[in-house]
Structure formats: structure tokens, C-alpha cells
Ligand binder design. Structure first.
Ligand SMILES: Nc1ncnc2c1ncn2[C@@H]1O[C@H](COP(=O)(O)OP(=O)(O)OP(=O)(O)O)[C@@H](O)[C@H]1O
Length: 263
């Protein structure tokens, strides 16, 4: 059996006496489309920060493709194929999608400013950037300044920038946050259609999107994994409904299908 793309054993972090994440065993299979859900303050972003190496854990281990990367910096993990996006937009508003992706590819390749390159390499970077924009359904908008793009398109561009690093694992922190409902489905369709060998873990509060796109769901509550399973298993788990009751995301409870679509 091949090793999980990403795995944690007993992962935890405390801020003073507060255990923000504790005892987390998470496994992301190759090609996963896995959701990480949980009420506000459950520790989802903190867990992503532990996975990427932004935070050093107080306990436990992180493995990529079976190799222990717990001691590696965020940079080293990124170079091994771990990429992420943030809850908040981090784009340069005056650049175009094409120039943004060209810069990201150049950074990956450790190359300096693109205009100093031999023409052949220069063309290859632009070709790769255009192909990536096409994959993210942004090709028609390649030359429009970022500030003029619909917010859903900006969020897709963030994913394009993460993809420019050629990751094997992609962590998406609320990719549809702030995106109007009519655009968020399309955004997740693009995520779903990313290459099958890329493992995706996404944080998402909208249960309709979670149950439509996740093949597996991990539920985090007060820093611990309450349960993990297929959408069908999670949809019929009364404990999951219970943790959402009384939370700001009460509307999420209604959106949890009794019989989830995926098996
Ligand atoms: N650097 C830090 N120092 C102290 N406490 C922190 C730190 N980072 C996170 N926390 C706390 O850890 C808890 C988990 O926060 P986190 O942002 O990971 O939750 P979340 O599940 O992502 O929430 P949301 O869904 O609202 O984004 C919160 O109580 C938060 O205040």
C-alpha cells in the first residue's frame, strides 16, 4: 500500500495553557479531495499552520509521503510539494493574472526577473502560465488587472499561484470565503478538476459545498478530531449536527444532508 500523501500522528499545539490542537491523527490519501470542517475556533487554521510548518507542534509528528517532516521549515516543506492558500486574499491588485503566475513560476524555478532570460525559457514560462490559467478557467482574464476581477476569480488565481509551485499536496483555507454563492460552486468545480495526483485538503464552512465536493470529511472540534469519514457517514452522524447547534454556523446544520450524495 502506498504511503498517505500527508499524515499526522498525535499532532498538537498549545498556546500557554490553551490546547488549540491536540492528539490529531489525520491522513490525506494521494488524490484526496478532503474537507476539514468544524465550528468557529475549532483549530482548523491552526492545524493547517502545523501541517505547513508555520507553527512548531508541542506534540506529535507530520509525515509527507511517509517521511517525517516535523523538523522541516515551511520553506523546505513547500519545496517538497506542500502548497497552501490563505483565508484572506494575498494578491497584488495591479498585476494581471498572467504576470502574477509568471512571477510565481519564476520564483519556483529560482530564476531572476523574467526579462533577463533567454527567449526560449521566457516563452516556456509564459506557455506554462497560460496553461495553468486555462486549467483554473482564467485564460480569458489573463490580461485583466487583478483588482478588476470578480472575487471568485481572484480566489481562483490564488489557487493558480499555489499550483505554480507544482505541489503534490494543496491546502486550501476557506477558498470560497467571501465569494458569492453563485460563483462558489464553479470555484469548487475547478478545484475538483485539479490533476488527480494532487491531494487536496480544504477548510469550508458551507456544508452544501462540503457535501457536494468532499470525498472524505474530517470534523475538528475543540482542537480534536471528533470523527472522520465519507460524506454519507458524516451526514448521518448525530454528533456532527450537535456540534454545529448553537454556533454561528447554525445554518450549516440544515445543509448537512441526512443521506449525503457520495457513498
Ligand atoms: N497564535 C495564537 N496564539 C494564541 N491563540 C491562538 C493562536 N492561533 C490560534 N489561536 C486560538 O486557537 C483557537 C483556534 O483558532 P483557529 O483560527 O485555528 O480556528 P478555526 O477553526 O480556523 O476557526 P474559524 O473557523 O473561525 O476560522 C482559537 O481559540 C484561537 O483564538
Amino acid at each position: 500500500m502506498s504511503a498517505a500523501a500527508l499524515q499526522t500522528h498525535g499532532l498538537g499545539i498549545s498556546f500557554g495553557a490553551f490546547h488549540a490542537v491536540s492528539g490529531v491523527n489525520l491522513s490525506l490519501e494521494p488524490g484526496a479531495r478532503q474537507a476539514l470542517i468544524g465550528p468557529n475556533g475549532a483549530g482548523k487554521t491552526t492545524l493547517i499552520n502545523l501541517l505547513t510548518g508555520i507553527y512548531k507542534p508541542s506534540a506529535g509528528r507530520v509525515l509527507m509521503n511517509g517521511e517525517d517532516v516535523t523538523a522541516l521549515s515551511a520553506d523546505r516543506r513547500a519545496r517538497r510539494g506542500l502548497a497552501r492558500t490563505f483565508q484572506i486574499n494575498t494578491l497584488f491588485p495591479s498585476l494581471t493574472p498572467l504576470s502574477s503566475v509568471v512571477l510565481a513560476i519564476s520564483e519556483r524555478d529560482g530564476l531572476g526577473a523574467v526579462w533577463w532570460r533567454p527567449l526560449k525559457r521566457h516563452t516556456a514560462v509564459y506557455d506554462e502560465a497560460r496553461e495553468l490559467l486555462g486549467r483554473l478557467k482564467l485564460d480569458a482574464l489573463a490580461d485583466v488587472p487583478v483588482a478588476e476581477l470578480a472575487y471568485g476569480k481572484q480566489r481562483l488565481l490564488e489557487i493558480a499561484l499555489a499550483m505554480a509551485a507544482k505541489p503534490r499536496i494543496l491546502l486550501l483555507d476557506e477558498p470560497a470565503a467571501g465569494v458569492p454563492e453563485d460563483e462558489s460552486g464553479e470555484l469548487f468545480e475547478v478545484i475538483d478538476a485539479l490533476p488527480a495526483d494532487i491531494s487536496v485538503l480544504f477548510i469550508e464552512h458551507d456544508m452544501k459545498l462540503v457535501f457536494r465536493f468532499a470525498r472524505r470529511i474530517s470534523v475538528l472540534v475543540t482542537g480534536q478530531v471528533l470523527t472522520e469519514g465519507t460524506p454519507a457517514e458524516i451526514g448521518r452522524d448525530p454528533r456532527v449536527r450537535e456540534v454545529y447547534l448553537g454556533q454561528a454556523h447554525t445554518h450549516a446544520v440544515q445543509a448537512i444532508p441526512a443521506e449525503a450524495a457520495h457513498g
